[in-house]
Design a binder for this molecule. Structure first.
Ligand code: URA
Length: 242
């Protein structure tokens, strides 16, 4: 990407002030070496507690299973499930927390204000929204956008794992604390999870943690750190591709 184009994208993300100072984007705090072996080869079959057979569902059957899911109780308050959207052959997979009000209404993840910023973050990387696959830890909106319960996450986990297994992304971007902690099964604070290359579950897929766009809308000064995270993800993907 040319410097001028990159600066335009950064402007769209709302961080032109520091970008225009001419400094090259700061390297992430602790860049990690690239994965030693191709990731795809190490994606193992996933097992699931909720449905038993979710591991064998194809896209259509998985979508239908999610649409009819009534495992955790959120079906009582949802308008509809929010399955995920994007390129099923994507290299990049973005995983957020759960649908909000806009997503619950429209049936698509990240369509509200946070979604607009997410699109801009992707543009900053030279990626169109349609090129990546976007999903959430939960497929249903928790009432009043409360944090997902651990039982709800457990019920929904097989669906996300199956999406990952079907897509076989080269990199996963976990946006926000809830996504990061649930994907990595940790209570570690998000600040300490950033700047490292993690792996998603037993798949070996590299996973990078960054701030949730809704948080960045409230705390725009943190966008610079998010840009560092995005660059770490791009470097990790580039290094893995050789
Ligand atoms: N926040 C999320 O984490 N996911 C969405 O889909 C929308 C907002």
């Amino acid at each position: 990407m040319s410097e001028a184009r990159r600066l335009r994208y950064l402007g769209a993300m709302g961080i032109q002030a520091w970008a225009e100072r001419g400094a090259k984007p700061a390297p992430a705090a602790r860049p990690e070496p690239a994965p030693a072996a191709p990731v795809v080869a190490r994606i193992a079959p996933v097992t699931d507690a909720a449905g038993g057979d979710v591991v064998r569902l194809d896209w259509d059957a998985l979508r239908a299973r999610v649409a009819g899911c009534a495992l955790c109780g959120l079906e009582k308050t949802r308008t509809q499930t929010v399955f995920g959207v994007g390129n099923r052959q994507a290299q990049w997979m973005v995983v957020g927390e759960a649908p909000g009000a806009d997503e619950d209404r429209q049936g698509e993840p990240f369509v509200g204000r946070a979604g607009q910023l997410l699109n801009e973050m992707l543009w900053a990387l030279g990626l169109a929204r349609e090129e990546v696959y976007i999903a959430n830890v939960l497929k249903c909106r928790p009432p009043n956008n409360r944090d997902p319960g651990s039982d709800e996450v457990a019920c929904c986990e097989p669906y996300l794992k199956r999406q990952v297994a079907l897509i076989q992304p080269r990199i996963i971007l976990a946006v926000g604390r809830i996504a990061a902690q649930n994907l990595l099964k940790t209570d570690t604070r998000i600040g300490a999870l950033r700047g490292q290359v993690h792996r998603y579950a037993d798949t070996g897929v590299p996973l990078i943690v960054t701030y949730h766009p809704a948080y960045l809308l409230r705390s725009p000064l943190e966008k610079r750190k998010a840009w560092d995270d995005l660059q770490l993800a791009a470097r990790t993907l580039g290094a893995a591709a050789g």
